[in-house]
Design a protein around this ligand. Structure first.
Ligand code: NAP
Length: 283
């Protein structure tokens, strides 16, 4: 069994981005990422800090816009509009979830598709469906990068994704399909879940429930990718997979922390670099 080292792969991706950023800066372009944080959700604060740190590391400019939870929809949309217009900002992301009362979809749709480095805008989502895209969604693309780094071939494999969110599950299924996996997407209405998961060569868990995937749900020799970022009863970060029980059945498994999480951020850096290149006619 091999524990996939997301931190290591992520560091390699960021180093590549840093080198490309250096080249870009010689041409007078410094990629800029705007991060909008509304309210004071502690998990969102941690994610935003990590994104800012990654920007510093690779040589991007990052600007944070912290707004109170009482911010109105109009104020938030006005900020997005302002950032859409700014030439020094190439990527815009609004950390989700937004506080109650704010319309996430409207905010996503307000971001200019060419600055939508999360790849959540419906124009980008549609382009991913047909395989003609500039940006891929950060978490699923980070997972694909990790599979490539470990030479895990998807072609012809039975791939099962648990979870069908627009952010993780659905695009994950699509990216596995693009690489010729035979994909099943499961959700809360799926019948006989463990029967399906136990036939997976590659199993991706994106549920949001601690220890949801147990040993009996996993085939011997499976590749298990744990997207979950949950807190256990002691407040410790843990995934959706019962790691200790499952790990010895797997050929590869991602840990939490240190698996998918770092890959999400390195893909965000890749997307921001790409956005800067596209917007400056350098791609
Ligand atoms: P989400 O929007 O809450 O989606 C969860 C999915 O799990 C839904 O599709 C839901 O089905 C399904 N589900 C819930 N209970 C189930 C059950 N009993 N059996 C089968 N399916 C079930 O969550 P998300 O945004 O995709 O995130 C999932 C997890 O990944 C969370 O822990 C989140 O924190 C984490 N995450 C991590 C990263 C990272 O960088 N590592 C990035 C994003 C998210 P229905 O659609 O039927 O309700």
């Amino acid at each position: 069994m091999i524990i996939i080292d997301g931190k290591k792969v992520s560091a390699q991706v960021k180093e590549q981005v840093r080198l490309e950023c250096e080249e870009l800066r010689k041409k007078g372009v410094t990629p800029g990422l705007a991060v909008i944080l509304v309210g004071d959700d502690p998990a969102s604060r941690v994610y935003v800090n990590n994104k800012k740190k990654a920007c510093e590391l690779v040589g991007f400019k990052s600007e944070e816009f912290t707004l109170p939870a009482t911010t109105s929809q109009e104020e938030l949309l006005a900020l997005v509009e302002e950032l859409n217009e700014r030439e020094d900002i190439n990527g815009i992301l609004c950390q989700l979830p937004l506080p109650k009362g704010l319309d996430e979809n409207a905010v996503i749709e307000a971001i200019s598709p060419i600055k939508d480095v999360d790849a959540f805008h419906k124009q980008n989502v549609g382009r991913i469906m047909i395989g003609d895209y500039d940006f891929l969604p950060c978490t699923p693309a980070g997972i694909m990068e990790m599979l490539h780094a470990y030479d895990i071939d998807v072609d012809g494999k039975n791939c099962v994704v648990i979870g069908r969110s627009n952010i993780v599950g659905k695009p994950m299924g699509m990216l596995l399909l693009h690489e010729n996996g035979t994909v099943t997407i499961c959700h809360s209405h799926t019948k006989n879940l463990s029967e399906i998961t136990s036939k997976a060569d590659i199993l991706v868990a994106a549920v949001g429930k601690t220890k949801f995937v147990t040993a009996d749900m996993v085939a011997d020799g499976a590749v298990v990718i744990d997207v979950g970022m949950n807190r256990d009863e002691n407040g410790k970060l843990c995934g959706d997979v019962d790691f200790e029980a499952v790990k010895d059945k797997c050929s590869y498994i991602t840990p939490v922390p240190g698996g998918v999480g770092p890959m999400t951020i390195s893909t965000l850096m890749k997307n921001t670099l790409k956005a800067a290149k596209l917007q400056n006619g350098l791609d």
